[in-house]
Write a protein that binds this ligand. Structure first.
Ligand code: FPP
Length: 244
């Protein structure tokens, strides 16, 4: 009997399509984001159940400030609501929360809520859940380089990697984008160097357990070579590994 292929340890998701989901129902875009939170709750639970170690989602990008004022404030309200409502449930499921992104520019209420949610879930071990909020991949790289330069330290792949916002987890194995578009949109640019990409036509509010399993199944059928040849991998002499 063959071995069961491994579930990806780290899944990253661009949750696209909330606006279209709402518009198709003649609802305001914020209603789509609200439904997106429901979808996210389901996805987190599904990841816990499947033994995924890390889930990282793009909840609000550095560029999302340019959206209409009512949409931005709707997203901020959703975050405040989610922090109050979801944290006890997440904690019960053993989920540890990390918020990743620029804290400056966020309201006092949200900043304090992020700190509290991280502290309240710090002891959990089933799933690390990174919520990227006011985040951009370029912001992350530039910030890490600036921190090293300020301390007069050499800028190398290893030192940069240690300085990045996701240095507490390994790189994503599977990068999912919903909503039919096929681009990275400034998400985890550094960390996704060897991620397997999976694009789903489903809008994020419709992305359910079966859709997640489809993405995981596609991942399990891929051959990850990390720059090596297929023959090297099958000889078993040298194991594929990520660069240090
Ligand atoms: C992209 O869809 C989605 C976002 C910009 C926000 C994603 C946020 C959530 C799923 C809710 C969780 C977030 C918080 C704050 C708790 P889009 O609006 O670009 O959709 P479109 O491409 O159909 O317009």
């Amino acid at each position: 009997m063959g071995q069961t292929p491994a579930v990806p340890n780290h899944i990253a998701i661009v949750m696209d399509g909330n606006g279209r989901w709402a518009t198709r129902r003649f609802l305001p875009r914020v209603a789509g984001h609200k439904q997106g939170v429901e979808s996210l709750r389901r996805c987190v639970k599904a990841c816990v159940d499947r033994g995924v170690g890390v889930l990282t989602v793009f909840a609000f990008s550095s560029e999302n400030w340019n959206r209409p004022v009512e949409e931005v404030s709707g997203l901020m309200d959703l975050m405040v609501g989610a922090l109050t409502r979801e944290v006890p449930r997440l904690s019960k499921d053993g989920v540890r929360l990390h918020f990743v992104g620029e804290r400056g520019g966020l309201s006092e209420k949200i900043s304090a809520g992020l700190v509290q949610a991280e502290a309240a879930t710090a002891h959990n071990t089933h799933l690390i859940f990174n919520v990227c909020f006011n985040y951009g991949g370029r912001w992350d790289i530039a910030r890490a380089a600036a921190a090293l330069a300020e301390r007069g330290e050499p800028i190398t792949e290893v030192s940069l990697d240690r300085e990045m916002a996701l240095s507490h987890v390994s790189d994503p194995d599977l990068f999912i984008r919903t909503g039919g578009e096929q681009r990275l949109s400034n998400f985890l640019l550094w960390q996704s160097a060897y991620a397997e990409l999976f694009f789903s036509d489903k809008l994020w509010p419709e992305f359910d357990e079966a859709a997640l399993d489809e993405a995981i199944g596609a991942f399990q059928r891929r051959e990850r070579r990390f720059g090596k040849t297929s023959a090297q991998l099958s000889s078993g002499a040298e194991r594929a590994r990520q660069p240090a």
